[in-house]
Design a binder for this molecule. Structure first.
Ligand code: SF4
Length: 203
């Protein structure tokens, strides 16, 4: 989860590695589903072999959900559809960033729905959320400089123990100062790739 996992060319290896290290855990691929029907037989076989479940986060796009459900069933894969009650609603919540970083990071963290819920592992580093993990893409595209420091992640290759990771995750990080955590409900639409979609008060 956090990004679209089916875009990762090594998804099959990752499924197998995850099962190897977490033999008893529930493991789920959280996907928008758009690439599911393009997966080959090996993908589905490996899902079955490694007891990987699939969760589709629903977006109001043209997707043959019936065909996906049938394919998953055929391979004995447990599949869940998110937000089925809201399928007819074309809405999304926009969480605005404060690119001046003027928010109280403790307060932002306290109000945050992503903290300890959308933990993100990227290139060997664990972040509190996808926002901080991927802000470099935002910075590059919109020529911004929302700063990520070494205090905003924990490097799994340098950390001493699992407790260090838990301690990191239960506390705010400096990057939280960029989050207003104010959400506004907007009509769902495909991104126009404009900075105003991400940032408070910018045209
Ligand atoms: S940076 Fe902090 S406040 Fe913002 S989404 Fe991540 S955890 Fe939440």
């Amino acid at each position: 989860m956090g990004g679209e996992p089916l875009l990762n060319n090594e998804i099959i290896m990752l499924m197998s590695a995850a099962r190897n290290f977490f033999p008893k855990c529930k493991i789920q691929i959280v996907t928008n589903g758009t690439l599911l029907l393009k997966q080959d037989a090996m993908f589905w076989q490996e899902c079955g072999k490694n007891r990987i479940e699939i969760f589709i986060s629903y977006y109001p796009v043209n997707l043959d959900y019936d065909a996906i459900i049938t394919t998953a069933k055929k391979h004995g894969i447990k599949l869940s559809l998110g937000k089925t009650n809201e399928i007819i609603k074309r809405e999304m919540i926009k969480y605005e960033l404060d690119i001046d970083g003027a928010q109280d990071y403790n307060e932002s963290f306290k109000k945050c729905g992503a903290a300890n819920s959308c933990t993100t592992l990227r290139e060997g580093k664990i972040y509190q959320c996808p926002t901080s993990a991927h802000i470099g893409i935002f910075n590059k595209y919109f020529n911004q400089n929302l700063v990520i420091s070494e205090k905003d992640y924990i490097d799994i290759y340098k950390t001493g123990s699992m407790n260090d990771i838990f301690e990191f995750l239960r506390n705010p990080v400096p990057f939280c100062r960029y989050c207003t955590n104010k959400g506004t409900v907007e009509e769902w639409r495909v991104s126009k790739k404009e900075i105003s979609e991400w940032v408070r008060g910018r045209a």
